[in-house]
Write a protein that binds this ligand. Structure first.
Ligand code: UDP
Length: 421
């Protein structure tokens, strides 16, 4: 198949760890590569945010990134991109019209709008490919948790559910999301669940590991935004210290664009907030802000930790726990969203309630004190990702969803044309 991925803000070429570059970028990139390995030709359409970017960049055999000009040729926060989606859609239609793709797969609600409008703008006499959609995050959930701090445009409240109703198939990444989608009026029959994956060749239990600077090391990895709950981990670290367990360090990976290990805090409000909290709680010397770390250096970091901690307020999927399990490192997760599906409590990691530093500290104490439990959880985690979360498997399941939608849309066309099926 010729597959058009539409990912307006999340480019496979972006550096990870910034406010708007994380799991979606990894997902689009890895899924596209895995689909290409199955023989498909994939084009990823993303917004041109730098005038120096070429029109097309080959990512690997079978995958190209196409830069679409829509809006300023500069980085724009994703929540400010809505006014540029009509132009994005027109550009897509112009690029597709000479030879439309077999299937379109959009990522994030704004890409969904652009994909649907792009297909509609192809006009008559040209085959219209089915549109598949992955939300990555839902505005309704974000608003519930973030309230007025949510910077999404107001239109998201009605446009986002409309995308789900208009596309051919919604690809949800976890069971919790299917419930949220149904609450938005998207029929269950239209939703298929395919989780995210992990690159098992890169993330494995064997290989070099960093040397920790304390007897125990905890690790937090992700975009440095409040909802990731890194403050909960810092509070748990202080609780561990109060319980007399104080030879523990916390590495915080991720941060503002342009941040480096040498200067990770440069002007970022969330990094400053977390550093101030660590200072107030008297654990500043044990919290190390590492800034953005490239993917290839992530396995050595993950292997070096006693536990990887992910305690967000909510989480549409959460790739970091998969990466940790793939490296044989146990994870402690808030039992929310995709984390409740991917991490099996007491088997491949430990669940804690969200926003509960005391419960987190107890779970971490259990792990730090019990090396056997750590290795048992780590080994089971590896088996779990091998069985269900390889990108090859994710691509095969996504391909099956595409085939179903393509077959269905062909059948619809024939029915409209009055051809007997
Ligand atoms: N990541 C990275 N470097 C960083 C921070 C994050 O490579 O400095 C990667 C991380 O390894 C994972 C992704 O970004 O692959 C984050 O994905 P996740 O689904 O956990 O979080 P999201 O960004 O979607 O909220």
């Amino acid at each position: 198949m010729r597959i058009a991925m539409v990912s307006e803000h999340a480019s496979p070429l972006a550096a990870l760890g910034g406010v708007d570059a994380g799991g979606q970028n990894v997902h689009v990139s890895a899924l596209s590569r895995a689909l290409a390995a199955r023989g498909h030709a994939v084009s990823v359409y993303t917004r041109r945010d730098d005038p120096a970017l070429p029109d097309r960049v080959a990512l690997c055999p079978g995958v190209e990134v196409v830069h679409v000009t829509a809006g300023p040729l500069a980085r724009v926060p994703k929540d400010e991109l809505l006014p540029h989606m009509p132009e994005f859609a027109e550009e897509l239609a112009a690029l597709w019209r000479p030879a439309p793709p077999d299937v379109v797969h959009s990522h994030f609600w704004m890409s969904g709008l652009a994909a649907l409008d792009g297909v509609r703008a192809l006009g008559p006499g040209v085959p219209h490919p089915p549109v598949m959609h992955t939300y990555h995050a839902l505005g309704s959930v974000k608003r519930r948790h973030q309230g007025d701090a949510d910077t999404s445009p107001a239109e998201r409240a009605w446009l986002e559910p409309m995308v789900g109703r208009r596309v051919d198939t919604v690809i949800a990444t976890c069971e919790d999301e299917t419930r949220e989608l149904q609450a938005l009026g998207i029929p269950r029959a239209k939703i298929t669940v395919v989780p995210c994956g992990v690159d098992l060749a890169n993330f494995s239990a064997s290989g070099p590991a960093e040397t920790p600077g304390a007897a125990h090391r905890l690790l937090s990895v992700g975009r440095l935004v409040p909802r990731k709950g890194v403050d909960v981990v810092i509070r748990a670290l202080a609780a561990l210290r109060d319980a007399g367990f104080d030879d523990v360090e916390l590495e915080v990976v991720g941060g503002p664009q342009g941040a480096s290990e040498a200067e990770p805090l440069s002007g970022d409000p969330e990094a400053r907030r977390l550093a101030t909290l660590a200072d107030e709680l008297g654990v500043a010397d044990r919290v190390h802000f590492r800034g953005q770390v490239p993917q290839q250096r992530m396995p050595a970091l993950l292997r070096s930790a006693d536990a990887v901690v992910c305690t967000p307020w909510y989480e549409p999927f959460g790739i970091v726990p998969l990466e940790s399990m793939a490296c044989g490192t146990p994870v402690v997760v808030a039992a929310v969203g995709g984390l409740a599906d991917s991490v099996v409590d007491g088997v491949t990691g430990l669940h804690v309630p969200p926003r509960d530093p005391e419960a987190l500290a107890s779970a971490l104490l259990r792990l730090c004190e019990d090396p056997q439990l750590r290795s048992a959880l780590g080994a089971a985690g590896r088996l779990r990702v091998e069985a269900g979360y390889t990108w090859e498997r994710v691509a095969a399941r996504t391909e099956a969803a595409y085939e179903l939608a393509v077959g269905q849309s062909l059948a619809d066309v024939r029915r409209l044309e009055g051809v007997a099926l």
